[in-house]
Structure formats: structure tokens, C-alpha cells
Design a protein around this ligand. Structure first.
Ligand SMILES: [Zn+2]
Length: 319
């Protein structure tokens, strides 16, 4: 349908609810706001496929108001293929602590385990999510280890927002495969948690959309790794100021330094993300394995060749 088609439909049917991937929805709402589209009915934005930071919530809520919505809930969902279902968060005010994902205990059992020992942890303690469906059809998994980590654990108290008494998963969920080793210098590998980098970027002011690119210096496979940040600005902030702010932010909150920051307009950013081409937007791409080529640029033609880049979930952990 493309962005144009999406905008046409939003104008025509004035939806109450939009469902999609955070970056795709962000892109559509940004374009809608730019074109002065009104969508006063919009009450919910339901997000799937990726984690949703406070920064993303805030940005989407602001775009909702720009479209004329006076009351909008930004709701994250958690799901994975093997479960054949997903769980939604309870809606709450933007400045409130989310009540977590509400589970359906009649349809499946969640456990939270210590990933090293396999033992279950106590209620409210962090660990890896393990799932057993009770009513699945077809391929069924048993005590399936998701590889996803929840920092707030599984709790049984009534939800502070709606009062329902089903179990809830609270806090941030992150995938273990997003912790990767990078050779930032020639001496040793450094483990980098891309979940943390994502939070730093999603919460940053003036940053609209972004993509982190891992590559080899000078495309030389023997060289050290470089981290390049591609940014589409959300407003008219000066490039120099944003570069300074982002570098300070990275130094303050992570041990990672960006090698460079490259700015793009909305169209270029969409192409980098693979909007309309990839199933999930490509927020972290790994070009480190690509064969070196002279004068090569890291542009979209590289993104779909099935060789170098991959989505965050399939990035290989080395070492
Ligand atoms: Zn609730």
C-alpha cells in the first residue's frame, strides 16, 4: 500500500486504532502530521515486533496530538512465533509506570528462569522467559526457552491500572542475541548490549528515526569494527548540536563510542530501514561480513542481498 496509500486510508476512514511496527507507524504518522492530516478519532496505537521505549511512546503520542487526537494510548505487545499469540500491555498514562503484559493463564504457562541454572526465580525477579502453551495446535513447544529476558519478572498482584488479577510480565523485555561482541580495538572483543544502545537512541531528543550500522573500517575484513549511526532528525536542530548531544549521551550511558553520525532525510531513512521491503525495519545492520569492494556505499542495494545485514534477532554472536 505504501505510505501514500496508508495516508489516503487514514484520511478516508479516520481509524480509532492503528496497529504496526513502531518505526513504520512512526513514519506514517510523521508524514501524516507533515501533510496536515486530521485523525481526531485515533485513540490507540498498538505496537508489535520490537520493544517500545519511553521515547518512542512519547514521540508517537505527540504525533497523535498533532493529528488532533485528544486521548491516545500507546500499547506495546509481546509475542513470538512459537507461542502463536501475543500479549498486550494495559493502557496507562504516558508518565505512569506501565502495568506490564497481561497473560492468559488458561492458554499458557510462563515461567521465568535463571538462564545459567535453569531454575525458576521468585516472583518479580529478572530472568529468561520460558513458555508452555496449554491449548496450542500443530507444532507445540514445551517449556520453550525464548531467549528473551525480562528485567521486572513475573508478578501476581492485581494490575495497578485496571485491577485485573491475571499474572503480568513487568519491565523491559530484551533478546539475548542483541548482546554482541565487537572488536572496537585491535586487542580484545568488547561485548555490546544493543538493547541498551536502542534505549539511548529511542529516548534521545531531536532524533526521529535511526539506524545503527556495524562495519569494518575501510571495509577491510581484518580491520577493527566501526559503529556508524544514521539519523533522521525530528526537528530543525543544528547538526553540530545533535552530534555533540548524541556523542555525550553515548559516553555517559554506554561504554561505546560512535565512529560517525550521518544525517538522512525521511526517504533515505525509509530505504535504509527497508520500509515496505523488509518484514521488520532494519534498525541494527551488520555489514562486517560483506566482501570488501572499492567505492562501496552502505546503501539499500546492500540491504537485500541476503549476505551481510540481518535483523537484530539473527545477528551472530561471535566469540
Ligand atoms: Zn491492567
Amino acid at each position: 500500500m505504501g505510505t501514500e496509500g496508508n495516508l489516503r486510508l487514514i484520511r478516508k476512514i479516520k481509524p480509532d486504532v492503528l496497529i504496526g511496527m513502531p518505526t513504520f507507524i512512526y513514519h506514517v504518522l510523521l508524514e501524516a502530521a507533515k501533510e496536515g492530516v486530521r485523525c481526531e478519532n485515533l485513540r490507540r496505537v498498538v505496537l508489535g515486533g520490537e520493544k517500545v521505549s519511553d521515547g518512542v511512546r512519547r514521540k508517537l503520542a505527540n504525533l497523535g496530538s498533532a493529528l488532533g487526537s485528544t486521548r491516545i494510548d500507546i500499547i506495546a505487545t509481546y509475542g513470538f512465533t512459537e507461542a502463536k499469540m501475543a500479549w498486550g500491555e494495559c493502557p496507562c498514562a504516558l508518565d505512569a509506570t506501565p502495568g506490564g503484559y497481561h497473560l492468559y493463564p488458561d492458554l499458557g504457562i510462563f515461567e521465568v528462569i535463571n538462564p545459567r541454572t535453569g531454575e525458576r526465580v521468585s516472583s518479580g525477579e529478572p530472568g529468561e522467559l520460558v513458555f508452555t502453551p496449554l491449548d496450542a495446535r500443530g507444532t507445540v513447544v514445551l517449556r520453550y526457552r525464548t531467549g528473551d529476558f525480562i528485567d521486572g519478572g513475573l508478578v501476581y498482584e492485581p494490575c495497578p491500572h485496571c485491577g485485573r488479577k491475571m499474572p503480568r510480565l513487568v519491565g523491559n523485555i530484551s533478546r539475548s542475541s542483541e548482546v554482541k561482541e565487537m572488536r572496537l580495538d585491535k586487542l580484545k572483543g568488547t561485548l555490546v548490549d544493543f538493547n541498551q544502545l536502542e534505549h539511548v537512541l529511542d529516548d534521545a531528543e531531536h532524533v526521529g528515526a535511526w539506524q545503527l550500522e556495524l562495519r569494518k573500517r575501510n571495509d577491510d575484513p581484518l580491520e577493527v569494527d566501526e559503529l556508524v549511526l544514521h539519523v533522521q532528525k525530528a526537528d530543525s536542530v543544528a547538526d553540530e548540536k545533535l552530534i555533540r548531544d548524541l556523542n555525550n549521551r553515548f559516553v555517559a550511558r554506554t561504554e561505546v563510542h560512535l565512529n560517525r553520525i550521518v544525517f538522512h532525510d525521511a526517504d533515505a531513512m525509509r530505504e535504509l530501514h527497508g520500509v515496505g521491503v523488509q518484514l521488520k525495519e532494519q534498525k541494527i545492520v551488520d555489514h562486517r561480513k560483506a566482501a570488501p569492494a572499492s567505492g562501496r556505499s552502505s546503501r539499500p542495494e546492500d540491504v537485500n542481498d541476503g549476505r551481510g545485514p540481518c535483523s537484530a534477532e539473527t545477528l551472530e554472536v561471535t566469540g
